[in-house]
Design a protein around this ligand. Structure first.
Ligand code: 3HC
Length: 409
């Protein structure tokens, strides 16, 4: 199916950036919200992205006006009668998504595809709410959506192959990299990333190091941004919502840090609210330090006497990648590519994903480090069965020619 016209529902940061990406590819796109103020902010965000390209000399202001004219902000579904694909990017609450999917089912023509930019929620469940499960699919962009190359494409249980193929082709036409992943809570990238971010918060509240120290160590390791800077960019409300969903689905091993709800309740939602783990403008991070002191003094969190080691974040990320492989969520190559294109992961100056990093370190080393972390911090670090099996089989990684990937040494 050729896509002539698209729509994005929700003019927040992600919705606006997705509409920008679509307009940049030359397609007309409706940007729908229920709030005129949100629409105005969304349009301003899109204009700012284009203006940035003009300022860098990558685009003429005439071209910018042409691309901007492809985006039509709207408060109604009146012009949805000829839309071929609608992407919802409304808040991460299933009740809100359900309401929007019901409205879309009425407004869209029968063959139209409904995509969700959900970070973690079930596409199969949304398929039921949409009334057209064969046409419902996940299309998960990464923040900042106008920069990050990856789009996870997630079929639900009833999504047709034709819908998957159409969305893969559409994603490529946006000059993005589609990777098809099987449905599981958090899909692929957030399933690996969110526990990594949560572990950073646990280390912070246990007093192992400051946010700034942890950020610097993870950047030195090869991440483009430290975890706290990244969470402040993503929004702590978004991280808390996704984290709660992962905890509900995976249980104790993904239990969220106590600091999250305290920060959200205090209105520290990250960069967008002027304060998160860090303070911006006139704000400081003093209130965060006070919250941590309170958590420690009431015994809500234990104080750790260990020095912070980036392994505490990296090893579980590798382990979760092994669990995803074990569950056939994606191939080894796609798991690594997704982490490189979705969060900009590098190691030793090269663009490498978690499984390739494990192959370089040696799977026996990874399993031993996980076992040590398991002893120190608990069950959530238990090495994946696939990892242990590979070690037992002598598939240690690059040095033996076989690990998660194969090598012709
Ligand atoms: N917020 C928004 N945009 C930003 C930004 C920020 N904090 N920092 C940089 N950018 C934009 C810049 O405006 C620039 O845009 P332009 O090309 O239109 O001018 C572009 O990013 C590139 O910026 P720089 O040239 O300064 O490049 P950097 O080398 O600083 O890289 C980065 C910036 C690409 C954002 C890099 O730091 C990176 O890859 N960070 C990791 C981001 C990440 O992990 N994203 C995924 C998060 S998970 C997610 O989104 C899933 C969701 O479900 C929660």
């Amino acid at each position: 199916m050729y896509i002539f016209k698209a729509a994005v529902i929700g003019a927040g940061a992600m919705g606006a950036e997705i509409a920008q990406v679509i307009s940049y590819s030359g397609l007309p796109v409706l940007l729908k919200d229920v709030d005129q103020g949100m629409l105005d902010k969304g349009m301003a965000r899109i204009r700012k992205i284009y203006q940035g390209r003009v300022d860098k000399g990558k685009m003429s202001s005439g071209d910018m006006d042409g691309k901007l004219s492809l985006v039509t902000p709207t408060l109604s579904y009146d012009e949805f009668g000829d839309v071929d694909i609608a992407i919802e990017a409304v808040p991460e609450k299933m009740a809100v998504k359900r309401a929007v999917l019901g409205q879309l089912a009425e407004a869209l023509p029968e063959p139209a595809i409904i995509a969700s930019n959900t970070s973690a929620l079930s596409i199969s469940e949304m398929g039921v709410a949409s009334g057209r499960p064969g046409k419902m699919i996940g299309m998960h962009f990464f923040n900042p959506a106008h920069v990050m190359k990856l789009v996870e494409v997630i079929p639900g249980l009833d999504t047709t192959q034709e819908t998957v193929d159409d969305v893969v082709t559409f994603t490529e036409s946006l000059r993005k990299l589609p990777i098809v992943v099987q449905e599981c809570p958090g899909f692929l990238v957030n399933r690996l990333l969110m526990p990594y971010l949560n572990e950073a918060v646990l280390a912070l509240e246990e007093g192992e190091a400051s946010a700034n120290d942890i950020d610097q160590q993870l950047q030195a390791w090869g991440m483009p941004m430290g975890p706290f800077f990244l969470m402040d960019m993503l929004g702590l409300d978004v991280c808390a919502d996704v984290g709660q969903h992962l905890q509900a689905e995976y249980g104790e091993r993904m239990r969220g840090a106590a600091l999250f709800p305290m920060l959200v309740a205090a209105g520290r939602l990250g960069e967008k609210s002027g304060a998160g783990f860090y303070g911006y403008g006139n704000e400081t991070d003093e209130p965060v330090k006070e919250m941590i002191a309170e958590l420690q003094s009431t015994g809500a969190v234990r104080r750790s006497e260990r020095p912070f080691d980036p392994d505490r974040l990296i090893m579980p990320l590798i382990n979760e990648a092994a669990l995803c492989l074990q569950e056939h969520i994606a191939s080894p190559a796609d798991i690594d590519l997704a982490m490189v294109a979705g969060i900009g992961m590098t190691y030793g100056g090269e663009r490498l994903g978690p499984l390739a990093v494990a192959d370089l370190l040696g799977l026996d080393t990874v399993a031993a480090r996980l076992a040590a972390l398991q002893q120190a911090y608990g069950e959530r670090f238990r090495p994946a069965r696939l990892l242990r099996t590979k070690v037992r089989a002598g598939h240690i990684g690059k040095q033996t020619g076989r690990g998660f990937h194969e090598y012709s040494n």
